[in-house]
Design a protein around this ligand. Structure first.
Ligand code: GAP
Length: 578
């Protein structure tokens, strides 16, 4: 329950700053838009979100994590297409001089399809729109492309151009041949990476949603192109349902539909089992970090919105009262685009040899030229004729070959045609790539925004972050009722015992017990232990649940085991069995 007309964004960001979740960066010099610091609680919460992501992708899926540099040489991004095409259309407000994203201006003016317009059409379309900064009508502006990559130079002398990576993905593509060997030359396999990416966003003014330095968690799953409809674990999510906003439904203005992943693939709504599997896994993961299912939907890219290399693309969008539906995860079938591009630019083959179950026997003819006669007769052209004859189609009269634009007829007595039987054991294929790409900062914002709540406790309004115990930075608070009579010593010992079990327990002995509860409620600590005089008599403590504010008395000896199970989610507070 949140009070009347409160803006959740303002409330969350105020709390986040005050309690050490998120801070503006280098604030003492004046913060820079698009950069944030994670404070002590925010950094811990972010790690927990990242570790849940690892539970899914590294432990459940078995895709090992790698770590590549955040700067790469120019060649990588020429091959990937980022140097040429990773740009947004920009204009400058003639009144306040602010640089603006032209598609955002168009969006504000209810102009549709801005992303598909060329610069001139977009400039004409936004002339009647208002500047997003000063709110004056723009009038005549020019629209131009602005590349979002931060460039730098590598080494002294500014000789080598480098770029800060705009996605972690490219590191995994350029490591393809090493990864293939690591996975013993077998498809499918995946590599994952969590790390910083950089985009010089034109005018980032949406807090944690649009940053210039942000954390991505990406998986690149390399699959045989003919096996995309056979995910080995598809059964896990075959019956899973969630709202799917297909491109047809977007175009006809309909609501999302809820169907199983099996149906979505069978009806051709989702391109293949791999994409459907990661759509469902993503939903599962988002719910695990504490996002309410009613606030998540999966939106398919419109045909003209899909990246040029993608066969199908779905965005997991999370609803925010302030920002509307926010793209938080993108799941794309990137086909063989990236591997082919890097193979071509680097000259390194990026293929997998797929052995046939039974070798294929092929019969073909081979033309064996009579070199001594050909050599004498055609002299300087003989070598070229010889090469062309290998590809020529022989007839009983001879074969025609083309050398330097001239068609030369070679009579049949100047070559022999032999039939050859060969055994083909397999073929080289370029794998396709399925890519679930997560924005960790957007996930963290959604977690904070959805956790924020206010209710009444002890007759007063309390602010409570209803964070899932799995992501709450502090997992349990330990309070001595009084900081005397040995209660403080006992509480400190209990805190240490919890630490030994890997539980982040915070000892707090300051102020009235009610105030201590409020402090922990506000940072989302899901459980609190109170050591009182009864503890000294029977070695029991009270354990309080943040959300219901109910308490149970449990023996100290069982506390680490019970709190551990509550944090992992293997038991709930109501199912605690003493
Ligand atoms: N490798 C694919 C890729 O990078 P993307 O849709 O551009 O795809 C993936 O980015 C995710 O990264 C987005 O869904 C979003 O959560 C996050 N992201 C992208 N740009 C961001 C920004 N400027 N600030 C914060 N997160 C961002």
């Amino acid at each position: 329950m949140i009070k009347g007309s409160d803006d959740v964004f303002e409330n969350v960001m105020e709390l986040a700053k005050r309690r050490g979740f998120i801070w503006p960066t280098s604030e003492c010099y004046g913060a820079v838009a698009g950069f944030i610091d994670y404070g002590p609680l925010g950094a811990m919460m972010k790690r927990r979100v990242e570790n849940i992501w690892r539970d899914f992708f590294v432990i459940q899926e078995g895709y090992y994590e790698i770590e590549c540099p955040t700067i790469a040489q120019e060649a990588v991004f020429i091959a990937s297409g980022h140097v040429k095409g990773f740009s947004d259309k920009m204009c400058q407000c003639p009144h306040c001089k602010e640089y603006l994203r032209a598609d955002h201006v168009a969006e504000g003016g209810n102009i549709r399809n801005a992303s598909t317009m060329n610069s001139d059409d977009l400039a004409a379309a936004i002339a009647s729109c208002k500047c997003l900064a000063c709110e004056e009508v723009l009038g005549t502006v020019s629209v131009f492309d602005f590349n979002l990559m931060f460039s730098t130079t590598i080494g002294p002398g500014s000789q080598r151009v480098g770029y800060l990576r705009p996605e972690t993905a490219q590191g995994m593509f350029v490591d393809f041949t090493r990864l293939l060997r690591f996975y013993r030359d077998k498809l499918p396999f995946g590599a994952v990476q969590i790390g910083k990416s950089y985009r010089n966003e034109i005018s980032p003014r949406q807090g944690m949603i649009r940053l210039r330095e942000f954390t991505q968690a990406e998986a690149e799953i390399f699959v045989h192109p003919f096996e995309k409809n056979h995910h080995p674990s598809f059964k896990r999510y075959a019956d899973y349902t969630m709202p799917l906003l297909t491109h047809f439904r977007q175009q006809s203005g309909e609501d999302p539909i809820e169907i199983t992943m099996r149906e979505a693939v069978d009806k051709g709504i989702i391109a293949n089992e791999y994409v459907a599997y990661y759509v469902a896994l993503t939903h599962d993961l988002l719910v695990t970090i504490g996002i309410r299912p009613s606030q998540v939907r999966f939106r398919q890219h419109l045909p003209d919105e899909c990246a040029h290399y993608a066969a199908d693309c779905w965005d997991a969008e999370i609803f925010s009262p302030r920002f509307g539906w926010v793209e938080t995860v993108g799941i794309a079938d990137r086909t063989d685009y990236d591997l082919k591009a890097h193979a071509e630019h680097s000259g390194t083959p990026m293929t997998v040899f797929i052995q046939y179950d039974t070798p294929k026997i092929t019969e073909r003819y081979r033309i064996i030229p009579n070199m001594s006669v050909l050599g004498k007769q055609y002299r300087t052209k003989a070598k070229a004729i010889f090469a062309q004859l290998e590809k020529a189609i022989p007839t009983p009269e001879g074969a025609d070959v083309e050398v330097d634009g001239e068609i030369i007829h070679i009579p049949a007595n100047l070559f022999e045609v032999r039939n050859e039987v060969t055994e083909v054991r397999g073929e080289d294929i370029t794998p396709h790539v399925i890519e679930p790409s997560y924005g960790i900062d957007r996930m963290c914002y959604a977690v904070l925004e959805q956790a924020y709540d206010e209710d009444i406790a002890d007759g007063e309004t309390r602010t409570v972050m209803r964070l899932s115990p799995k992501v709450a930075p502090v997992q349990v608070a330990v309070f001595p009722l009084m900081t005397r009579d040995g209660l403080d010593y006992l509480a400190a010992e209990i805190t240490k015992a919890l630490h030994k079990q890997g539980i982040l327990a915070e000892y707090d002995g300051g102020g009235a017990i009610g105030r201590r509860y409020r402090r922990q409620d506000e940072i989302g600590t899901p459980f609190a232990v109170t050591v009182d005089y009864e503890t000294k008599e029977n070695n029991t403590v009270t354990l309080r649940d943040r959300d219901t504010m109910k308490q149970v008395r449990i023996p100290i000896t069982r506390l680490p085991e019970i709190v551990g199970a509550l944090v992992r989610g293997t038991i709930t507070f109501t199912s605690i069995n003493i």
